[in-house]
Design a protein around this ligand. Sequence first.
Ligand code: 5CU
Length: 383
Amino acid sequence: MSKPLVVDVHTHVYPPSYMAMLRARKTVPYIHDPANGEPRLIILSSDDDPAIPIDQRGRPVDSSYSDINVKLTFMQQHGIDSSVISLANPWLDFLDPSEAQEWARRINDDLEETCASINQSNNPDKNLPLKGRSSLFAFAVLPLSAPGPDIIVDEIKRLKSLPHIRGVIMGTSGLGNGLDDEKLGPIWAALEETQLLLFLHPHYGLPNEAFGGAEVTSRYGHVLPLALGFPLETTIAVTRMLLSRVFDKFPRLQLLLAHSGGTLPFLAGRIESCIMHERNFVENGGVVPGPQRSIWEVLKTNIFLDAVVYGVAGLKAAATVGGGTDRLMFGTDHPFFPPLNEGDKEWLSVTTNYKAIDENFGDEKEAVAAVLGGNAARILKLE
Ligand code: 5CU
């Protein structure tokens, strides 16, 4: 079998306009860019610890975060044919309501133009297959802090006219109160109607207290917030959606969960068991029925998972809950988790995910091809 198509569905950018906005800020999220010294990106609240000298906070930020040509080189170095780029966290969550709509339009138009110009120059006659040329598509961002849901719904509808947009990326705070917020109803309805995929991604993690306090958290760099905080955040967010019956009310809503669903595949049975044993679902002061559709059904009809889990056991769980390999899609999380040694061309974070796919499904060539790119091409209609 020839080398299969490889599509990266989890790969981020901060467009130059967003980088400039971060450089102008002094509170999280911000970029500290001294005249002498390397710029630092401070996006996680645990990074913004006054006890840490400012030139050591967060992480170094280089052109891989914002320069699309650097991403294209990375794609070539790792055998990736197509990438579905998305704005990285914390998206536009922190913006003043008065600025949200304009920024969402600016970023989404910028993503669309970037994809259009790269695809045009790599495939001017629009007659080449997806395999073997570098192409880009995008997940757009929503103006979630806008003063009213109608502004968000209007942007979702506008996205349908942008040819390279295949969905939207969203964090777990929604309109500020989590994803079981009834006020999100019109947004779920608009996503369902437009059939734009919702890429659900963590950012806020867990409070430092969950790890033993700020001192313990910072003692181990980013390990506790990223390895545990992020996956649990995703798990909690999607469980709150399930418990508040979002998937009963919007049965055609389609989600892609980052990092193989956090811990959802492993905990699904326990979540379902607790639901089955619970009598007391309360909403607006009254007792209501719990979710009507089981977590197993939701996992097989509403949820896709990326294959960014860095190990065979996690990948096996992710495939199992989806009923096979049809709902799993390769990703890299570029430009996060770069190699520690400058000059390394291969990213360990990427080769680990490739290896897990190979070790898990290597004997089943069709399954490997599906996870690496076939599923993304079909689900996101990339051809
Ligand atoms: O390393 C990190 O902090 C991150 C992040 O913030 N977002 C992401 O997508 N991956 C890693």
